[in-house]
Design a binder for this molecule. Structure first.
Ligand SMILES: *Cc1c(COP(=O)(O)O)cnc(C)c1O
Length: 355
């Protein structure tokens, strides 16, 4: 049956897969909810978005995005509070960043009513899929790709925007050992580092594979010019704790402007922790770890919230970091953010968005 809500055409599945979903045994990115959102932009005109049963999409082999990579995405999460209400976290920030990525990749801008209302309607329909529990969430993946059937290199005239959703569970990973990358780069000034475009992730796989062969789980990217300054870690922003202060690379066109990064910096300030956004050199951190002034290094992003590192590998030597405990800065920040995101403590920042 098809119904019209908020200018979204909804066709519900005849058979929900929810009974096959075990919230106590979630394997990230493999299970998808019953529905997905699809909206096409045809020659600059957005068509009525549709919510349809989750399923495959068929395309012509000359699909432009497959050949030239006009493809972008966002990563966000929805939570359920004690009252069973579904909450999103700062979704407007993801919406804005999506269109910043779209502009850089010369793609169509997505209207707010399609992105935000689309998320809301989809979450209402698949609310049963938002798992409860401390670190459980529903991972939301809005994405868009060029849908012209054309082999010439030019901006596509047609785009498809979609949202799919996948339950995410507890993140069990033990603190990773990360390698300071001094040969390959993730991004350079004038490039696309600040955009969440598909190609950035493809380009990072080979250096990450080489590092994995050397026993490192993750990379710490350095600047493209000199490999002297830290930029990011894998697909996370990076923070250091030096003499009790949080030190983090200042965002620029070579760094993706993480919403978790921004959130944690605001939270830290509200907790009375000093922050410094500036260039952070590899030498400063290696010396600091050796001298005992740098006590924590951690990645921050939607997927893990906070991921403390066990050691940093630089030019063949591993510099070990102390284990995280209750009083660690990263632990306090993670707890505060989780409590706000799940509605456990009052949100004085206006970050939580009730669906
Ligand atoms: C998505 C992403 C981040 C983290 O951004 P959040 O908004 O915090 O999830 C950081 N770096 C890269 C390269 C990313 O793709």
């Amino acid at each position: 049956m098809a119904t019209e809500t908020l200018n979204i055409k909804v066709t519900k599945t005849k058979e929900s897969k929810i009974s096959q979903f075990d919230p106590n045994n979630i394997s990230f990115g493999t299970v998808f909810t019953d529905h997905m959102l699809v909206a096409d932009c045809i020659n600059g005109e957005w068509q009525t978005p549709e919510i349809v049963p989750y399923g495959e999409i068929a395309y012509n082999p000359a699909l432009a995005s497959l050949h030239y990579g006009q493809s972008i995405f966002e990563g966000m999460k929805a939570f359920k509070n004690e009252a069973d209400e579904v909450l999103m976290f700062r979704p407007l920030e993801n919406f804005k960043r999506f269109n910043i990525s779209a502009e850089r990749m010369c793609m169509a801008q997505v209207p707010e009513e399609i992105f935000i209302n689309g998320l809301e309607e989809l979450l209402k329909i698949d609310a049963a899929w938002v798992p409860k529990g401390e670190e459980n969430s529903l991972y939301l993946r809005p994405f868009m790709f060029a849908s012209d059937v054309y082999l010439g290199v030019r901006p596509s005239q047609n785009y498809r925007f979609m949202i799919i959703m996948s339950p995410a569970g507890q993140y069990y990973a033990t603190p990773p050992k990360v390698k300071v990358e001094t040969e390959f780069i993730r991004s350079a000034e004038g490039g696309v580092g600040y955009a969440k475009c598909a190609g950035n992730y493809a380009a990072s796989l080979y250096p990450a594979k080489l590092a994995a062969e050397q026993g490192y789980t993750q990379l710490l990217w350095t600047d493209a010019k000199e490999h002297k300054y830290f930029e990011e870690s894998g697909t996370m922003n990076v923070m250091f704790v030096k003499e009790g202060k949080i030190v983090t690379p200042k965002v620029s066109t070579t760094i993706l402007k993480g919403i978790t990064r921004d959130t944690l910096l605001q939270l830290a300030q509200s907790m009375g922790i000093e922050i410094e956004e500036r260039q952070v050199s590899v030498a400063e951190i290696i010396e600091g770890i050796t001298a005992g002034t740098v006590s924590e290094v951690f990645g921050v992003g939607t997927a893990v919230v906070v991921s403390p590192f066990a050691a940093i590998g630089f030019e063949g030597t591993d510099y070990k970091l102390a284990e995280i405990n209750e009083n660690s800065v990263s632990n306090k920040l993670k707890k505060a953010l989780n409590d706000i995101r799940t509605g456990k403590i009052a949100d004085t920042f206006g970050w939580v968005w009730k669906v």
